[in-house]
Design a protein around this ligand. Structure first.
Ligand code: HEM
Length: 321
């Protein structure tokens, strides 16, 4: 395949490069959700009314009657980040591919890397449908929720760069694995419930978008209640870790989940009490992304795939074989 021989000519990515690419994938997937929310709450979707130019005659924001400079820069920044997400997705595929050329067993790594550009295409389609549906609240919710598995997959990719390809050996017994699955499911329920709160509140779509006709208070209670369930499961998982004498690394990831989930809960409660000020909405979305990253990291820390063998290039004669 001509592409393979092109990729094979690239230098082998060092351990530091592999790690940087994994981290960039996580950051790109998480931050695009945050900038999307900034565009939404500041009503900047039409800050750049044309594409690829921001305003007629200029690729970048310029003084334009009727469009506030801040809205232009916010929408322009979001476009730039979309470009960065595409670039990072492409770099992730090429890096994983280059690694696999020297280490043919690394097919899982390559598959995970391909989910990054796959996700960009999926989100482009969902985003287009959201605009066609005139930012109907449930389409905005789907657009947001579609990002969440991509953030999770990016964390798996980051981890895959530094682990082997043996079948996953759980570090916690079956009961603990069950709790981790329940924790992930409830996390997504918290996220989905959050989007219904947004759908009923003032920050869904634009001013004219029709809202979810359910009282915000009731939806916020369901959203907060699910967080309580999530924290209960987390506590039960902690007891389980104590009982099995879990390794330090698992405890470290576990503690991080507590810290980010509690901080996010506190932020959400404050935001609700203050009547959902716009600036806090984007911090809440950033917090939601951090919860996903922390939960996914705990998930990966709960299993072992053997030692990583692909941090350095294969010896020459093996490459040729
Ligand atoms: C781990 C904990 C939490 C997570 C992961 C989370 C996640 C989310 C998500 C994903 C959204 C939708 C954002 C969007 O569509 O742009 C949201 C909205 C919201 N959440 Fe949370 N949330 C958490 C805890 C809380 C708590 C404890 C409260 C307090 C009641 C709360 C209050 C809200 C409010 C008021 C909104 C609507 C904001 C708006 O108007 O757009 N959240 N949350």
């Amino acid at each position: 395949m001509p592409f393979t021989s092109l990729v094979a000519r690239l230098p082998f990515p060092s351990a530091a490069v592999q790690r940087a690419v994994g981290i960039a994938a996580v950051l790109a997937q998480a931050l695009i959700g945050v900038t999307g929310s900034i565009v939404r709450v500041t009503g900047s979707g039409l800050g750049c009314p044309t594409w690829p130019e921001c305003v007629a005659g200029s690729l970048v924001p310029v003084n334009h009657p009727g469009i506030h400079a801040l809205n232009q820069w916010i929408e322009f920044g979001n476009r730039m980040l979309t470009g960065a997400v595409i670039l990072v997705a492409a770099v992730a595929v090429v890096t994983a591919w280059r690694v696999q050329i020297d280490h043919p067993s690394r097919t899982r790594l390559v598959k995970l890397a391909w989910t990054m550009p796959g996700g960009v295409v999926l989100q482009a389609v969902v985003g287009g449908l959201t605009v066609l549906a005139k930012l109907e609240w449930w389409t905005v919710a789907i657009h947001f929720l579609a990002t969440t598995p991509l953030v999770w997959l990016a964390v798996l990719l980051l981890r895959a760069f530094r682990e082997g390809d043996e079948p996953a050996r759980p570090l916690v017994p079956a009961a603990g694995r069950g709790i981790l699955v329940a924790l992930a499911v409830v996390m997504w329920l918290v996220l989905a419930a959050g989007t219904t709160v947004t759908g009923a509140g003032p920050h869904s779509g634009d001013l004219n978008t029709h809202r979810l006709a359910v009282p915000v208070e009731a939806l916020a209670q369901v959203h907060g209640g699910l967080l309580v369930l999530y924290l209960l499961l987390l506590a039960v998982f902690g007891l389980h870790l104590m009982r099995i004498g879990a390794p330090k690394s698992l405890w470290r990831h576990y503690t991080v989940v507590w810290v980010v989930a509690l901080a996010q809960g506190a932020l959400g409660s404050l935001q609700y009490a203050l009547g959902v000020p716009e600036a806090m909405v984007s911090f809440h979305v950033l917090g939601a992304m951090t919860v996903i990253v922390a939960t996914a990291s705990l998930w990966t820390a709960g299993r072992d795939r053997g030692p990583v063998t692909s941090l350095t290039a294969a010896p020459r004669e093996l490459t040729a074989a």
